[in-house]
Design a protein around this ligand. Structure first.
Ligand code: NYM
Length: 219
């Protein structure tokens, strides 16, 4: 009903390549929203603090091996663990800022180019999760990312994987629900310039949630 819609928070997702500055920008956005009097909570995926998150962490650090489909489902289950909490917080009026979400889920799994693991297959286990009000994709090409200090030691932090993932991310801008939720921001500028471009988008969302009800991902 209208009074619920008026008081709910927004669900904002920050996506992007490794090294694009997601964590920095989530912190800045939190600060700006709080200055404007909003209640904010930040989360990140993978959430490595849960038992499933511990398994994901072991995989990313190459301590354990897992089949492509199995690790994919674990990343998704790790989001499902938090789904009820996200809905609850939004309905209590919190702005949820989320560092990575199912876009990373689809894209990094599909970037492995396993012929049995398509982008469409990868999206399926996430259907029904809270749908973001806006997904900000911080775009940075692999060469720029490497200039920022290169990649770490974790799985997927290799040039080819990153290039595949970026191409898939950008392709989501033309796919169904993602095309209306996602905005691409060039992360190759200064921290302040990127923060200001993000704020321009978030301002619109903060206004829009007053009239738009919360939704779930659909097929
Ligand atoms: N990642 C992240 C996935 O492969 N699937 C997912 O569903 C999510 C949320 O985990 N390289 C990958 C992307 C990153 C890695 O993320 C760890 P971070 O933000 O470095 O903790």
């Amino acid at each position: 009903n209208a009074s619920n819609a008026a008081s709910r928070g927004a669900f904002i997702v920050m996506e992007g390549m490794d090294r694009a500055g997601k964590t920095t920008q989530v912190g800045k956005l939190r600060h700006t929203l709080e200055e404007q009097g909003h209640k904010v909570k930040t989360i990140r995926f993978p959430d490595r603090t849960t038992p499933m998150g511990t398994m994901i962490d072991g995989y990313l650090q190459s301590k354990t091996e897992m089949a492509d489909h199995a690790i994919h489902l674990l990343f998704s289950a790790n989001r499902w663990e938090k789904a009820a909490w996200i809905k609850e917080q939004i309905s209590q009026g919190y702005m949820i800022l989320c560092d990575r979400y199912y876009y990373s889920g689809m894209v990094y799994s599909a970037a492995k180019k396993n012929p049995a693991l398509s982008l469409e297959w990868a999206r399926t286990p996430d259907v029904g999760l809270p749908r973001p009000d806006r997904v900000i994709f911080l775009d940075l090409n692999a060469a720029e990312a490497e200039k920022r200090g290169g990649y770490g030691e974790e799985k997927y932090e290799k040039r080819e994987m990153q290039e595949n993932a970026r191409e898939l991310f950008l392709g989501l801008a033309g796919r169904g629900e993602e095309s209306s939720d996602m905005v691409v921001i060039d992360a190759g500028h200064s921290v302040e310039q990127v923060a200001s471009a993000i704020w321009d988008e978030v301002m619109k969302v903060v206004k829009a949630v007053e009239t738009v009800p919360r939704r779930e991902l659909s097929v």
